[in-house]
Unconditional design. Sequence first.
Length: 308
Amino acid sequence: MKNLSIVVPCFNEQETVPLFYAATQKVLQKMPVKAEYWLVDDGSKDNTLQEIKKLHQENPAVHYISFSRNFGKESAIYAGLKAATGDYIVLMDVDLQDPPEFLPKMYRLLQTGKYDAVGCRRVDRTGESKFKSFLSDQFYKVINKISKTEIVPGARDYRMMTRQMVNAVLSMPEYSRFSKGIFSWVGFKTKYLEYHNVERIAGKTDWTTKKLFKYALSGIADFSQAPLDLSVWIGIISFILSIAGLIFVIVRKIITPSSSIFGWASLVSIILLIGGIQLLCLGIIGRYVGRIYLQVKNRPIYIVKEKK
């Protein structure tokens, strides 16, 4: 009998925690595994931790980690994977958008030995706004064009992995983490199960369009140097255009000595254009330098306040 660890990041999920546990337990009772839970409270401001402690009292196999503050979902994922002791480790969201009904099939596929991980990907985004769905689709198109690491469109964090793959993920103690990219970067053979989008069982998501956009930018910066290459090409093109403009002005003056040089309005416009390009390039470089700065400070990815 294999040991199965279930890692669940939680942030302000007091309503969904008991519902998630009940639904998952119903599925696990039919599986030939010895299961343990690792619910990671990411500095919740509601009664999420209290709900988790109730489950711990009912079932000692329910463990929890409570952060000293909100460190973000990526930190919670890392903490949960690090604490998990199972032969197989499954990562799930607590809002039941990751259907527990897939667990038996994921387990059977791993048991065949053909795969190192079994993940899930959504084939649609029913229930989400069209704008958010559009941005998500464009993100996958862009990052797969500019990055050598393939990110499977619609892939969820929901996946069951072997201990070997989890150890590989844990060997990457990056401060700025983008798990979807890390799971792909470490390699290993992954099978994806497709399903239609499932809406939250209760509560509201904290992933606003703004947060998702920042998360997407983080993923691009972590797994692609294309923005840096873009800034180089912008600089080269600007340099060529400026030389061409300078030659044009000199030749025009030689051919028609009586002609006047363009006025201050055009000059100011050019200065503002060049200044804007420089700021854009500095901003792109700044994002990468900022990541280096955070990494070399070697601060912990999270701080644990309580753990059982």
